[in-house]
Design a protein around this ligand. Structure first.
Ligand code: F6P
Length: 500
């Protein structure tokens, strides 16, 4: 494996401009269409030789074996002794896991029908309480697909800051609100406090049985039961579905309710199409794997510490935030599966924004700054608005021009006006933004994250790095261990006074 890395590092790469001149079939090889999405990697430094070296690296890392293990439902998350079965939620996985997911989806559908039939009283609004993976996925789905109109007003309340819940409560009628508590563990302190406060809000406004209007989405049904939620309104998903991979499970309920079941099913189908591609395509045509090669090249060969994603579409404005959790919580690790140091940059910092806004804010650094930042543009051929088509034309023109300018650069006698150029970008162009294509796009990102982890030999499915902060907050909360550093102690004293 070390030899394979050395071979990757030893590949001499020309500028992207020269690569286009040297490799006439570059577009044909590196601009690939899959599941309604065009992926153009040709403006990166992935030369024919670099690609070949990365394919050998993937072989040395037993990429095919690890991928088979993922889809077979084998334990690919050994630190927690679990499989990672998000693909089974879309029908691609071990037969018994697929069957279990189908049953869950049937129950989701029945519950949505019951809500529509006013079995729990009138429902116009949904407050979805959850944080991290229990919020970001549904929020992205609703923000991306719900703009043309949704069956319910949905507020996603994640932050423990009461302002988040207050905002939702002010906008909604408690007598016409369904409360959804989404938490894989059903112990996350933010979700539990928000859930209790939301129930209080309903009660305070005269709702006689708020728990009777509450649904739980969780992998810990016993805890939801103990919380007081009736088992008919608990939708348990599998422990093997990780939080940041869970929007395909019952965590997607508010989106499925508001957007309609057909939309949710199309989302799953789109993701399944990408699953099949990832599982079956040869390495040189395998889009998530090639994307991971590009990620590894810039992080490990060229020393890039970040990667930037710009959605050239308002509907995808939450995509960078969603990807931050997916990529940084999964691969933000320093040790390999066997516990040894990973020894190279694992996850670069994912950041980004929306085009064209970002052009007028952060693109200065991309064009002329000292850091190399691989950029990813995500856009749609079809517009998401009914205004003059000139808006969408301008949006795409700007998107393409930025990629071209980053690559081309410009010489100038005045150094302030010179652009070094040869700055890489990938363009992801969706035929349209609909549930199916969005499903495929999100599954692409999931598999790319997994492929990166395979090349690094790390476990992308645990997240122990979030525990210490939680433990310290608990210690402070219960005042059980007040031996913090002087700075923290002073902050505590300033906020809460001296505590014995
Ligand atoms: O603290 C991180 C984390 O565990 C994420 O991985 C997860 O998505 C989020 O918290 C919420 O967890 P839960 O769904 O168990 O409330």
């Amino acid at each position: 494996m070390d030899e394979a890395w050395a071979a990757v590092e030893a590949v001499k790469t020309a500028s992207v401009k020269d690569l286009f001149a040297d490799e006439p079939d570059r577009l044909e090889r590196l601009a690939l269409d899959e599941a309604g999405i065009h992926f153009d990697f040709s403006k990166t430094h992935l030369s024919r030789d670099a690609l070949a070296a990365f394919i050998r690296l993937a072989e040395a890392a037993d990429f095919a074996g690890r991928r088979d293990a993922l889809f077979a439902g084998e334990i690919v998350n050994p630190t927690e002794g679990r499989a990672a079965e998000h693909s089974a939620e879309r029908g691609e996985g071990a037969p018994e896991s697929v069957a279990r997911a189908r049953k869950l989806h049937q129950r989701m559908r029945t519950l949505i029908d019951a809500v529509e039939a006013e079995a729990f009283g009138p429902v116009e609004h949904i407050i979805h309480i959850g944080i991290g993976g229990s919020a970001l996925g549904p929020e992205l789905l609703l923000d991306t697909l719900g703009r043309a109109g949704a069956g319910y007003d949905v507020a996603i309340v994640s932050n423990v800051d009461g302002a988040a819940l207050e905002e939702a409560a002010l906008a909604f009628d408690p007598h016409a609100t369904l409360l959804v508590i989404a938490s894989k563990t059903f112990t996350t302190s933010e979700a539990m406090l928000n859930a209790r406060s939301a129930l209080d809000w309903m009660r305070d406004h005269g709702v006689t049985d708020p728990l009777g209007r509450t649904v739980a989405l969780t992998a810990a049904p016993d805890k939801a039961l103990a919380f007081g939620i009736d088992e008919t309104r608990i939708l348990p998903f599998a422990e093997t579905v990780g939080g940041r991979f869970s929007l395909w499970s019952s965590i997607g309920l508010p989106a499925a309710a508001a957007l309609g079941w057909d939309a949710f099913e199309s989302l799953l189908e789109g993701a399944a199409a990408m699953d099949r591609h990832f599982r079956l395509a040869l390495p040189e045509r395998n889009v998530p794997l090639i994307a991971a090669f590009v990620d590894r090249y810039y992080a490990n060969v060229r020393g890039a510490g970040t990667r930037a994603v710009f959605a050239y579409d308002e509907r995808l404005r939450l995509l960078p935030t969603y990807l931050q959790q997916l990529e940084m919580e999964s691969n933000g690790k320093s040790v390999r599966l066997d516990g040894s140091p990973v020894g190279r940059t694992a996850a670069p910092v994912t950041w980004g924004g929306v085009g064209t806004d970002a052009q007028h804010a952060v693109f200065q650094l991309l064009h002329q700054g000292t850091q190399l930042v691989p950029v990813e543009f995500v856009a749609s051929l079809e517009p998401g608005n009914e205004l003059d088509p000139e808006h969408h034309r301008q949006l795409l023109i700007n998107c393409f021009a930025q990629g071209a300018a980053l690559m081309a650069g410009r010489d100038a006698a005045d150094p302030h006006r010179a652009y070094p150029g040869d700055r890489p970008s990938t363009t992801i162009l969706l035929d349209r933004i609909d549930p199916r294509t969005l499903g495929a796009l999100l599954a692409f990102y999931e598999h790319r994250t997994f492929a990166n982890a395979v090349l690094l030999r790390i476990n992308p499915f645990d997240q122990f790095g979030v525990e210490l902060g939680k433990e310290m907050a608990n210690a402070l909360d219960s005042q059980s261990a007040l031996d913090f550093d002087p700075s923290t102690e002073a902050l505590i004293a300033r906020a809460f006074g001296d505590v014995e």
